[in-house]
Design a protein around this ligand. Structure first.
Ligand code: COA
Length: 160
């Protein structure tokens, strides 16, 4: 496990594009672009949050950590398809839980990404009913994405 650096941009981009291939056939097609995340957008996102990565002879999974006012967001959680279901996502998530100093840790994902919802629920997260309000307060996402997304959250005991 390590904190990612600006020079990891291309390898992180490769992980996102590989893992986001899972969205085909699940996420509304008008929300899917090629590439899923343009490199420039990822570059911007990397200045806004801290990414952590898991190495197996090179980075194979990443997760972004973004405190926003009174909550912390998990952003851009991706593990290369060939490395999924081996506990890498769980290690990254547990690391972010340990780092979190706000009471609530939130994550937004596609409503149709049952595997991701499964993954977070397994880690104690609950689907939140006021997701539109939360997405408007803490994220910057287009309206169409809001309609097709869910928000899950977990309450943690603040460290300080
Ligand atoms: C979500 C993700 C990061 C989890 O990473 P991971 O390394 O596979 O996670 P772990 O191995 O620690 O946990 C596996 C658990 O996640 C869930 N899960 C992962 N892949 C799954 C799949 N294809 N189908 C159903 N559940 C799945 C299950 O609960 C699974 O537990 P199980 O294997 O005992 O059934 C990874 O699946 C991924 O990159 N998905 C594509 C992108 C995505 O949806 N990201 C979430 C955006 S917020």
């Amino acid at each position: 496990m390590r904190e990612c650096l600006p020079q990891d941009l291309h390898i992180i981009h490769g992980i996102i594009e590989d893992a986001a291939a899972m969205y085909q056939g699940f996420v509304p097609h008008d929300c899917l672009h090629q590439p899923y995340m343009p490199l420039e957008e990822l570059e911007r996102e990397m200045t806004r949050m801290t990414f952590f990565g898991w190495e197996e002879g090179g980075l194979v999974g990443i997760m972004g950590f973004q405190p926003v006012t009174d909550v912390t967001l998990i952003r851009h959680a991706y593990v290369r398809r060939a490395w999924q279901r081996r506990g890498i996502g769980s290690r990254l998530l547990n690391h972010l839980k340990d780092l979190c100093t706000t009471e609530r840790l939130l994550v937004g994902t596609w409503a149709s990404a049952f595997w991701a919802i499964n993954f977070y629920q397994k880690h104690g997260f609950h689907l939140l009913a006021n997701k539109d309000e939360l997405l408007a307060a803490y994220w910057e996402v287009p309206r169409r994405q809001v309609e097709s997304s869910v928000v899950l959250g977990i309450s943690l005991v603040p460290h300080q």
